[in-house]
Design a protein around this ligand. Sequence first.
Ligand code: ITT
Length: 192
Amino acid sequence: MRIVLATGNRHKAEELGPMLGGRAEVDVASEGFAVDETGATLLQNALLKAWALRPEVPADRLVVADDSGLEVRALGGRPGVHSARYAGPDCGFDDNNRLLLSEMDGVEDRRAAFVCVLVALSADGELAAGCGLCPGDIATAPRGEHGFGYDPVFIPRGMGTSMAELTPEQKNAISHRGRAARMLATALGIAE
Ligand code: ITT
């Protein structure tokens, strides 16, 4: 099986490659791949990415798209589907983390969850999906250098460290994306 990841986020590709790649060959969409993410849900946005890349790749490849985000309970689920551009259209990860920590300043209930939806789309329109959740809490200050996005300000449930303090293998073992990838791999018959 040959997979092409419909993402312009190299961090996602680095995480998904080894997780889906045991029994499949995994490539990534050409640099600059981006889609107008107008969906109201992670599933809609994952489908938009998969549909956008499908005509660009040969029929023997399976397209796999990831839409993911951070749901914070005290913020009514925000940033959620808007996680990538929470602090504005051209913001970076640090801008998002600063905004999140300022919104959570003094907030006692720090419960949150990372969520990931993966969609696979074949040339004949066959679809499969996987989803995963990682519960945790919002930290009071960033910590750690690994991972990307909100990892430095997210403390996975039961851990004394931020997600960014985990090695890639440790993160994949418990993360929303790791769980979604294992569900999708099982649906596709490529689980190890
Ligand atoms: P593509 O659409 O090209 O895949 P993107 O970064 O725009 O890349 P999303 O629209 O799915 O992807 O937004 C996901 C955002 O959620 C991402 O930019 C991070 O801010 C956050 N996020 C998702 N997974 C994460 C993870 O494992 N660790 C930290 N932050 C994560």
